[in-house]
Design a protein around this ligand. Structure first.
Ligand code: ADP
Length: 617
């Protein structure tokens, strides 16, 4: 049974509890909801996972007419609408994934007053059929999700967002407009107000911190081996591995599958059917690891993602925080690790300079966007190289004050080690110098590492690298370590990589200081301690065996109802349930994340299971 009528006589707290199962508002939510209910425009700036959706969904349920939610991506709408339906809210979406007949049917039902919330793609607003529907309908509220898309200063500029103001102007009675984003820079905020035509909005920016997320940057010589180790310690958890390119997605996914992990992949080069299938495998926990490009995830509200690893450095902090923020959305502890190597800088630069992503842009707009993207990339690289608190770096980027130490990131927790690598540096630099002298076209990092390590691979021998005096001078050092040292020498300007598709390693003027001038080279690395999985589990599950039992039941229900497990209940809800161990319906309703619809639907099954578990103890 879906909710269809207005509920102005009931309180927003009741709606929060009844439909969404939450017992208290998070910071900022109440103020934004009140302003919208008062008919005032708002601009809500909150980080991913902070809970922007309820800020417009609750007013939508309390106001008499329809709320339109403008949202840029199809997958986002589908998930949000599915979640709303589960919670008992009548909702629909209109975008290009609907056939014409389906579209007409949604419009017909909308005219009939069947929906409280309709998600719509921005391109739709200016179509005649939709506009004429909107002009006749009773619109109570217009919510603009991912509102930074309207700004050229934002990292996802979409010209179709510029049509929103026109659309509002064409309505006989302009409803209040709520704009929501996770991008907090001043340029973006003022663009949103100006370009969406907000009228004296209540501007509210909440804290960007996500205390449950542990941030770390690692610079392993061998990313694949690192990843294998990392996932092997987290077999039963779900996670996302983001790669910069489709090629890397294929490679990493293949590798993980070979190692026996339930991994799947997602990128724009796959057929629609496969993409959909793989996404569902991940949502329904049939695949535990999703390896993907940034095409995956806008709108992924899978709340039980326990880690997000970036195999390559993303293009900017906004994207990083958004993607990393897909971990631990339900508030349980989660890890966000970025695997950095200086080569990532090159890949990211290449992607920015050759980006044709946004077909909506003119050549001129593209040039402006590119320049801003490059400036953002430098700030991103700064995150990878800083030895200060990582959380502070991110929060300061978003214009927030933060303590010097957070005690919950790789830099604050893992002690840094610094040691003298002058001898190794001299070996590497003389190796590269020898190669430069003998081979005019030079070699990339991999071949130099092989030469220094004394590889017997055929290609090395064919090229005659074994005849250089520096062949094998580092045979006692692991290849991954040699690679890390080379990264360090690039970082410190003793070596550089040429531009182009096949970057070649070259010495710089500065190299002479190490080779002949007695200059010392220091290597600063983080100790190889990773946060122990056990610790996470301890914090997450007050009683492991009850949690496992409840999780099994959730899985059975999800399977029966053909919905992802986290749509039934999030991990955080199951954890609270395992802690509170409710045995009556009243106690069950007290669990965080249990609304009355869900209690009605699932309460008995869970309470019975808890009683049985207690009886067996
Ligand atoms: P955003 O759009 O800001 O990224 P969402 O609206 O998707 O975030 O919300 C993220 C998660 O937080 C969801 O799982 C949602 O159910 C939960 N959430 C939202 N508001 C609250 C609240 N007041 N109390 C507890 N959980 C909440």
């Amino acid at each position: 049974m879906c909710f269809t009528g207005g509920v102005s006589d009931i309180q927003k707290e009741e709606v929060l509890r009844q439909y969404f199962g939450h017992h208290a508002f998070r910071p900022g939510q109440e103020e934004l909801i009140d302003a919208l209910l008062d008919g005032r425009d708002v601009l809500g700036v909150m980080p991913t996972g902070a809970g922007k959706s309820v800020c417009y969904q609750i007013p939508a349920l309390m106001l008499p007419g329809i709320t339109l939610v403008i949202s840029p991506l199809i997958s986002l709408m589908k998930d949000q609408v599915a979640a709303l339906k589960q919670a008992g809210v009548a909702a629909a979406y209109i975008n290009s994934s609907l056939s014409y007949t389906q579209y007409l049917e949604v419009l017909r039902r909308a005219k009939n007053g069947d929906y409280k919330i309709i998600y719509v793609a921005p391109e739709r607003l200016s179509t005649e059929g939709f506009l004429s529907f909107a002009q006749k309908a009773e619109l109570s509220l217009l919510a603009v999700d991912e509102a930074h898309c309207v700004s050229q200063w934002g990292h996802e500029f979409r010209p179709s967002y510029l049509k929103i103001a026109e659309f509002c102007a064409a309505l006989p009675k302009r409803p209040p407009v709520g704009a929501f984003t996770a991008t907090a820079t001043n340029e973006v905020k003022s663009d949103i107000v100006k370009l969406l035509g907000l009228h004296e909005p209540l501007e509210l920016t909440t804290g960007f911190d996500r205390p449950n997320l542990f941030f770390a940057v690692e610079t392993p010589g061998n990313k694949d081996a690192w990843l294998n180790d990392f996932i092997s310690e987290r077999r039963e958890q779900c996670g996302i591995i983001y790669c910069a390119t489709r090629k890397n997605v294929e490679k990493v996914c293949g590798l993980l599958q070979e190692c026996g992990y339930a991994a799947t992949r997602y990128h724009a080069g796959l057929e629609d059917d496969e993409r959909r299938e793989n996404q569902e495998d991940f949502l329904y926990d049939r695949a535990h690891v999703m390896v993907a490009t940034n095409a995956f995830g806008m709108g992924i509200d899978k709340s039980n993602v326990s880690y997000v690893v970036h195999y390559n450095m993303p293009k900017n902090i906004e994207s990083y925080y958004q993607e990393a923020g897909r971990a631990g959305r339900d508030g349980s502890r989660a890890e966000c690790v970025l695997l950095y190597s200086p080569l990532d800088m090159r890949t990211a630069k290449f992607l920015i300079e050759n980006s044709e992503d946004n077909e909506e842009l003119t050549e001129e707009e593209r040039a402006v966007v590119r320049e801003r993207d490059l400036a953002r990339l430098i700030r991103m690289a700064g995150y990878c190289k800083t030895t200060d608190c990582l959380r502070r770096y991110i929060l300061q980027y978003f214009g927030e004050k933060a303590p010097i130490h957070c005690a919950n990131c790789g830099n604050c927790c893992g002690k840094l080690e610094s040691f003298d690598i002058t001898t190794a540096a001299q070996k590497i630099l003389s190796g590269v110098t020898r190669v430069e002298r003998k081979y005019s076209s030079g070699f990339g990092v991999t071949m130099i590492v092989r030469m220094l390590h004394g590889s017997k691979e055929q290609r090395v021998l064919e090229l005659g690298l074994d005849r250089l005096p520096t062949y094998g001078i580092m045979e006692d050092t692991e290849r991954s370590t040699i690679r890390s040292y080379i990264d360090c020498l690039i970082e410190n300007g003793y070596l550089r990589l040429t531009e182009g598709d096949y970057p070649v390693l070259c010495t710089t003027e500065k190299a002479k200081n190490v080779l002949f001038g007695g200059e010392q080279v220091e290597f600063v690395g983080k100790k190889k301690e990773k946060p122990k999985k056990k610790k996470t589990a301890e914090r997450q599950t007050p009683d492991d065996s009850l949690y496992a039992t409840l999780s099994e039941l959730r899985f059975e229900i999800a399977k029966r109802e053909s919905v992802p497990a986290f749509v039934v209940f999030s991990n955080a809800t199951l954890q609270d349930m395992a802690a509170k161990q409710p045995e009556t319906m009243t106690e069950f309703l007290d669990v965080n994340g249990v609304g009355s619809k869900k209690a009605e639907r699932y309460g008995k099954a869970f309470v019975d299971r808890i009683r049985a578990w207690k009886g067996s103890k």
